[in-house]
Structure formats: structure tokens, C-alpha cells
Design a protein around this ligand. Structure first.
Ligand code: ACO
Length: 150
């Protein structure tokens, strides 16, 4: 599997970004300030990871997604591992990630990769998203924030 910088955004990249974050305006705003990388299988894009410098020495994974037909094959884990290596190589000290409190699979994955919970942004999804988000039969309201020192 190859992971490289995204040079030109295609509809597949947009589909991936929106599968992780349905707020198109927010996505379009943060990708301008971020480093975006894509995973490729046989020349075809399979996933994306977006890294945003937020504070001195801190990088946030603001978006990570794998196309549905490629999920469950370890690509997400490899994208996270790649992000942590990038952070280390560029002298960042901490990598953060935020996800919905109802995103149980994602919370499992991030903790499997060594992230620890740091806080909860209550009502984040009520404040920032126009439409109600239902996930795992629950209304998504709160963002769980996690971090790892690299
Ligand atoms: N539900 C259940 N388990 C999951 C999920 C999930 N959504 N995602 C990962 N896992 C588990 C896998 O079962 C696997 O477990 P194992 O190691 O015990 O076998 C482990 O986590 C590693 O999974 P990968 O195969 O590496 O993950 P994958 O390639 O499927 O990518 C991702 C995970 C990116 C979350 C993918 O499911 C996806 O694109 N989901 C939709 C978009 C999304 O929710 N993105 C994250 C939003 S938060 C953010 O962007 C900051």
C-alpha cells in the first residue's frame, strides 16, 4: 500500500472527506490549512487522512476515511500510523483526534492505536451541524477528544 500527499482533489477524495465529516463548509475550510494524504491500492485511491497544525507542537487528525469496500483491511490503522510518523518526523509532540461519542468503532480504533481520552466537547454536533446525526441508534451530540504524545 502506498500513502502519498494529495496533489489534486477528485470527487473520490470529497466522498471520503464527507463520509468522515458531513459538514462540507467546514471540510472545505480546513483542508486549505492542512496536509492531506491518500492511500492507494493498485493506483486507486482507497483512503484519506487530513492533518491540521492547531497549536505549537500539536497536529490534529481532522479527517480520516477509507472507502467502504476497503474498510476492515487495516488501511485506517496504517493511515493513523503514517500520521503519527509524520508528526514525529516534523517535530510535533502531540497528535489529537476528535470523534462522536456514538462512534464506537472509531473510538475502539483510536484507542487501539494508543490515543487516550482527554475531554468531551458537549453539544459540539448540535452547535456545528444543521441536521441531526443518528449513529448506532443514538442522536449524536457530544465530541470525544483524544490525544497521543509522539
Ligand atoms: N466500526 C467497528 N470497528 C471498526 C471501525 C468501525 N467503524 N473502524 C475500525 N474498526 C476496527 C476494525 O474492526 C479493526 O479491528 P481489529 O484490529 O480488532 O480487527 C480495527 O478497528 C482497525 O480497523 P481498520 O481496518 O484499520 O480500519 P478501516 O480501514 O476500516 O478504517 C475508518 C477505519 C477510517 C474509521 C473507516 O471505518 C471509515 O472510513 N469510516 C467512515 C468515516 C469515519 O467515520 N471516519 C472517522 C470520523 S472521525 C475523524 O475523521 C477525525
Amino acid at each position: 500500500m502506498l500513502i502519498r500527499k494529495v496533489e489534486t482533489f477528485t470527487p473520490t477524495h470529497l466522498e471520503l472527506l464527507l463520509s468522515a465529516d458531513p459538514n462540507k463548509e467546514l471540510v472545505e475550510e480546513y483542508i486549505k490549512r492542512s496536509f492531506c494524504f491518500e492511500s492507494l491500492d493498485d493506483g486507486h485511491v482507497t483512503g484519506i487522512v487530513v492533518l491540521l497544525p492547531t497549536r505549537p507542537e500539536t497536529l490534529e487528525i481532522v479527517n480520516i476515511a477509507v472507502l467502504e469496500q476497503f474498510q476492515g483491511q487495516g488501511i485506517g490503522e496504517q493511515l493513523i500510523s503514517f500520521a503519527l510518523t509524520q508528526a514525529k518526523e516534523h517535530s510535533y509532540k502531540t497528535v489529537e483526534i476528535g470523534t462522536g461519542s456514538t462512534s464506537f468503532g472509531q473510538l475502539y480504533l483510536y484507542q487501539k492505536c494508543g490515543f487516550r481520552m482527554t475531554g468531551i466537547d458537549r453539544d459540539f454536533f448540535i452547535r456545528h451541524y444543521d441536521e441531526e446525526i443518528l449513529e448506532n441508534k443514538l442522536v449524536l451530540k457530544d465530541m470525544v477528544r483524544l490525544s497521543i504524545d509522539v
